[in-house]
Design a protein around this ligand. Structure first.
Ligand code: BEZ
Length: 262
């Protein structure tokens, strides 16, 4: 996912816009590497499942293929349009303001919750949306996720008078922090772990930065934007690019399975 807003009591502030073509090219790993969390969901025929932060619907389609009745929600019009073209049932809804009541057997979320920076609101909405004993199964960036990438962006941003709030608009919690949020939000946490998952980037670091770091780079006008991008890439090269020119992102996932307390 794919929120375009940072939700607060104040009006939403634009944070991230998505290009469906960039996402398809540079973000393929997001659903290709989702096997473990998808397996934890164990969606069954006849179940109602909410895919929170469905993006272009790559995993929503897999949930549908399992026989479940799935609704995908996201904030990106562009990615939702792609999901609709796949024949999926999707809707534009802010993850901070889910308005479903006891409708779903399970809520699933992959690589979306780290864009939602008011996790208490998200978890409260998920709990409301689930039936008693309903499952909340998800994966998001965990503490330390893309630490090198974030540090390089911060360093270059500081030299270029960038807005520090735009450097890393993500929420990467520890096991303890997210476990506590789930428990306080009415869930019994059955499994939760940080999982290092170095990710080979087939379209290089530039593709990753252009797609997932867009809120940061968009604050600069050309030709400064291209220069900033180049500086971030060169700062990262010694740690994330091997001698064959292959880039790896320092991804760490937080994966969990929780059950709504009846
Ligand atoms: C991630 O999937 O780890 C990620 C996605 C976007 C921004 C930062 C991290």
């Amino acid at each position: 996912m794919t929120p375009e807003t940072a939700f607060d009591t104040a009006p939403p502030k634009a944070v991230q816009r998505w290009s469906a073509s960039d996402y398809a090219r540079n973000g393929r790993f997001v659903h290709e590497l989702a096997g473990p969390v998808f397996a934890m969901l164990e969606a069954k025929p006849g179940e109602r499942v909410l895919d929170l932060g469905c993006g272009d619907g790559a995993l929503t389609a897999e949930i549908k293929a399992s026989g479940a009745d799935v609704l995908g929600v996201d904030l990106s019009d562009e990615l939702l349009a792609v999901a609709r073209m796949k024949g999926l049932n999707v809707r534009k809804v802010d993850g901070h303001a889910l308005d479903f009541v006891s409708e779903f057997h399970a809520v699933f979320s992959n690589a979306a919750l780290h864009w939602m920076r008011k996790p208490e609101l998200v978890i409260a909405g998920v709990a409301r949306a689930l039936r008693p004993r309903g499952r909340f199964v998800g994966e998001l960036g965990g503490h330390g996720n893309v630490a090198a990438i974030g540090t390089a962006m911060r360093a270059v941003g500081a030299l270029r008078n960038g807005d520090p709030a735009l450097v890393a608009p993500w929420f990467f919690p520890t096991v303890e922090e997210y476990g506590r949020l789930l428990t306080e939000g009415g869930f019994a946490v059955k499994e939760i772990a940080l999982v290092p998952r170095p990710t080979r980037l087939r379209t290089g670091m530039e593709g990753w930065l252009r797609t997932f770091g867009r809120s940061f780079f968009d604050q600069f006008l050309e030709p400064q934007r291209t220069a900033v991008l180049g500086e971030v890439i060169e700062l990262l090269r010694p740690s994330l690019c091997d001698t064959n020119g292959v880039w790896t992102a320092d991804h760490i996932r937080l994966r969990f399975f929780a059950e709504r307390v009846a």
